[in-house]
Design a protein around this ligand. Structure first.
Ligand SMILES: *[C@@H]1O[C@H](CO)[C@@H](O)[C@H](O)[C@H]1NC(C)=O
Ligand SMILES: *[C@@H]1O[C@H](CO)[C@@H](O)[C@H](O)[C@H]1NC(C)=O
Ligand SMILES: *[C@@H]1O[C@H](CO)[C@@H](O)[C@H](O)[C@H]1NC(C)=O
Ligand SMILES: *[C@@H]1O[C@H](CO)[C@@H](O)[C@H](O)[C@H]1NC(C)=O
Ligand SMILES: *[C@@H]1O[C@H](CO)[C@@H](O)[C@H](O)[C@H]1NC(C)=O
Ligand SMILES: *[C@@H]1O[C@H](CO)[C@@H](O)[C@H](O)[C@H]1NC(C)=O
Ligand SMILES: *[C@@H]1O[C@H](CO)[C@@H](O)[C@H](O)[C@H]1NC(C)=O
Ligand SMILES: *[C@@H]1O[C@H](CO)[C@@H](O)[C@H](O)[C@H]1NC(C)=O
Ligand SMILES: *[C@@H]1O[C@H](CO)[C@@H](O)[C@H](O)[C@H]1NC(C)=O
Ligand SMILES: *[C@@H]1O[C@H](CO)[C@@H](O)[C@H](O)[C@H]1NC(C)=O
Length: 622
């Protein structure tokens, strides 16, 4: 049964449990409720950093509204594209089971043209946690369109901490006052994006903590709390490419979740959140409210004196606060040139093996450490360089070119040559190239992926359709001996992992930045090793989350096909599937309205509709 894929390889006790739960859940499947949303993406003008600019709003809100769902819910989101360009919405971390048709990336989905509607429809199988959605094309995320996506535990499954007194979402990210098309033009002309103009917190600029650095009159985020209470903060780095250090003055951050897996609970005074990553912290309001407190998201691994303005500042305000926040911000970690210490934090994140996640079984039931690896892929990223006269970024020497016809659609309609299944399993000694080259992965394989960062920047990698175990990371070049250092017991399972560059490389890139040119890295970078069980059929995107590198081609796909017809094969394309490329002539003009909506209207009893909160960017429920 697809739902409980993780257990097929674990002990016989779990297997028994598995069958038991599978039966129970089969019985309840038909009753899984549906949550529905209407999303209209359009431009609105706001001035988060004091400069009026058009940003991408969802239903007029920037950031977009919350998708609030529960394990096993069906989710239906009708997306209206009122932008002036093609659109695809992607839901990273949501593991579409056998259903890459809803994934919202160009390799598997035709884009939604301007003035069209398209309805996404998928089930949240076997998942909990904090995620965010965003538009996946053309650097659009740099102009907004993002919003939080929460999957709550089912009522029968206890969360591994006391129910918090409230829940806040903080979307933090670097920000440019240039819009995504201007940023695109920079990359197209071979330029680096350069230093961002600031960091936004929930779409707002910094609180005026320093009158020299921050202009007057910027909107800023205020989180209102009661003394003595404990709140859950879901913090997401929705930015373009900057790793951020998150901290709240005078308060501990108790890390409890990273992207859908409960962690061993640990206090941090500040925490690094890399592009694309999501974390939940419990924060207890245990201070005396002599004043408000700063909430800070500052650029990491940079020279603070040059990057001062790239700092997001919000306010934590107790209901009995005696005054506004004053004085300097709480200090950032001082180890920017100490590579060893910077990696200690992610290495300390452990899965709570006894906590239940989406299932009643403990998260540790899947004994990944005892499974033999079937294939190893070493994926090396290099700094951008020129291929065919254009600036491109590569993985294993290949800069990905999106197919004109999405790959599975091409397969099903006998369109040949849309892509190649020849992505190399390690870097090859051959010239860099542009290609639509995909990994031919083995269904039910248990793969080891080494992300070898030879780029000059910190990178985050993301795999759609899967979460993976982060078993090791270190500086230098990965070798077979590195396996000795893997955590085979309680590694965290994530869907987005950072890949460190060495700080010496950083110094080079930093100098390179000042000189507006890259110096090719000479020193070794860092690597991260992840393990993944390939039980989800489809074609799944594997990419760097840093938008500039992604735009320049640092991505590929994994094709996972089940050769047997045993119910574990891919879902058929949905009725409303869009056609493009070689299949464009099959596309019917549906009056700019797709057909999925009518299916929904036909069965009103099965569904209930969640009305969207007017401002879901900041959520409080108690
Ligand atoms: C983006 O910026 C460019 C250059 O400043 C401008 O020409 C274009 O109209 C802007 N697009 C939007 C949607 O604001
Ligand atoms: C999200 O959904 C859960 C479960 O239905 C509900 O308890 C909670 O109040 C909702 N949160 C918001 C902000 O709507
Ligand atoms: C792990 O989860 C269990 C079960 O919910 C919980 O009781 C325990 O406090 C958690 N342990 C840590 C260290 O987070
Ligand atoms: C504000 O920032 C400037 C520039 O870094 C610094 O020189 C000054 O001391 C700061 N002012 C305060 C009050 O901290
Ligand atoms: C974390 O810090 C809070 C105080 O802010 C404290 O009450 C709690 O016991 C600490 N938890 C752990 C696991 O260290
Ligand atoms: C409140 O806390 C601040 C900082 O910890 C401390 O300086 C101050 O004395 C405290 N005030 C009271 C009334 O406890
Ligand atoms: C940061 O930049 C400033 C200004 O260019 C420079 O003086 C300082 O030495 C740099 N600090 C480090 C640690 O490199
Ligand atoms: C893993 O491989 C080893 C050596 O090839 C073999 O002895 C062992 O049985 C395998 N384990 C599993 C669970 O397949
Ligand atoms: C992909 O892998 C499968 C199984 O290993 C193999 O049978 C098939 O020939 C491969 N396809 C290509 C195009 O290499
Ligand atoms: C990084 O790339 C350079 C040049 O391509 C190479 O000399 C160096 O060995 C690479 N380092 C790593 C860690 O891959």
């Amino acid at each position: 049964m697809a739902l409980f894929h993780c257990f097929s390889v674990s002990s016989s006790t779990s297997l028994f449990l598995l069958i038991h739960i599978a039966l129970l859940s089969t019985l309840s499947l038909a009753a899984d409720p549906t949550v529905s949303y209407d999303f209209k993406l359009s431009y609105i003008t706001v001035s988060p950093l004091g400069v009026p600019q058009k940003v991408i709003a969802v239903n007029g809100q920037f950031p977009g509204p919350l998708v609030n769902a529960t394990t096993n819910n069906n989710v239906v989101i009708n997306v209206r594209n009122d932008l002036d360009e093609n659109l695809l919405m992607t839901w990273p971390g949501i593991q579409m089971r056998r259903n890459s048709w809803q994934d919202g990336v160009l390799g598997t989905n035709c884009p939604i043209p301007p003035n069209w509607d398209w309805t996404y429809s998928f089930q949240l199988k076997d998942q909990i946690g904090s995620f965010f959605y965003y538009p996946s094309l053309n650097l659009q995320r740099a102009s907004g369109g993002f919003g939080p996506f929460v999957i709550n535990n089912r009522a029968i499954i206890q969360i591994p901490f006391a129910q918090p007194d409230g829940d806040f979402v903080l979307l933090i990210g670097d920000w440019y006052t240039r819009n995504h098309s201007a940023l695109r033009a920079d990359l197209d002309s071979g330029k680096d994006l350069g230093m961002p103009d600031g960091v936004l917190i929930n779409g707002k600029g910094p609180y005026r903590y320093n009158t020299t650095l921050v202009p007057d009159g910027l909107p800023y985020e205020t989180i209102k709390v009661d003394p003595g209470k404990t709140y859950r903060f879901r913090v997401h780095n929705v930015g373009t490419s900057t790793s951020l250090n998150f901290r709240i003055q005078g308060h501990n951050l108790l890390l409890v979740e990273t992207e859908g897996h409960y962690t061993v609970q640990q206090n941090f005074s500040s925490f690094d959140i890399h592009v694309g990553q999501s974390c939940s912290f419990l924060v207890t309001m245990d201070q005396n409210a002599t004043s408000d407190y700063y909430i800070v998201a500052s650029a990491r691994f940079v020279n603070e004196s040059l990057w001062q303005k790239v700092t997001g500042v919000g306010i934590l305000q107790y209901s009995n606060s005696k005054g506004s926040a004053t004085g300097p911000l709480p200090e950032a970690p001082s180890d920017i040139y100490n590579q060893w210490s910077a990696m200690n934090q992610p290495k300390a994140i452990r899965q709570n093996t006894t906590a239940s996640g989406a299932r009643p079984n403990p998260q540790g039931s899947f004994h990944y450490g005892s499974i033999n690896v079937t294939d190893t892929y070493i994926l090396r990223s290099l700094p951008p360089s020129t291929i065919d006269g254009k600036l491109r970024a590569t993985l294993n020497g290949i800069s990905f070119v999106n197919p004109d016809t999405p790959m599975r659609l091409a397969d099903l309609n006998q369109v040949k040559g849309s892509y190649k299944l020849d992505f190399p399993s390690e870097p090859l000694n051959r010239p860099l190239r542009r290609d639509t080259s995909v990994i031919n992965a083995t269904y039910k394989g248990f793969i080891e992926v080494i992300l070898q960062n030879n780029d000059t920047k910190m990178q985050s990698f993301h795999m759609n359709g899967y979460s993976f175990f982060v078993v090791g990371m270190d500086w230098g070049i990965w070798s077979e001996n590195s396996r000795g250092s893997y955590n085979k017991w309680d590694s965290i399972s994530r869907c987005t992992i950072e890949d460190y560059f060495s700080s010496r490389d950083f110094l080079h890139s930093f100098l390179g930045y000042l000189l507006s040119a890259y110096s090719s890295a000479v020193y070794p970078g860092g690597w991260t090793a992840v393990l993944a069980s390939l039980d989800n059929v489809g074609i799944w995107n594997l990419r760097v989350e840093n938008l500039d590198r992604w735009y320049l081609g640092q991505e590929t796909y994994m094709k996972i096909t089940n050769p047997e017809e045993n119910g574990e094969t891919e879902m058929a394309p949905p009725d409303n599937v869009l056609f493009c490329g070689a299949l464009a002539s099959k596309q019917k003009d549906l009056g700019h309205k797709d057909s999925a909506g009518s299916i929904l209207q036909g069965n009103p009893n099965l569904f209930f509709t969640v009305l969207m909160a007017v401002c879901a960017a900041v959520l409080v429920f108690s």
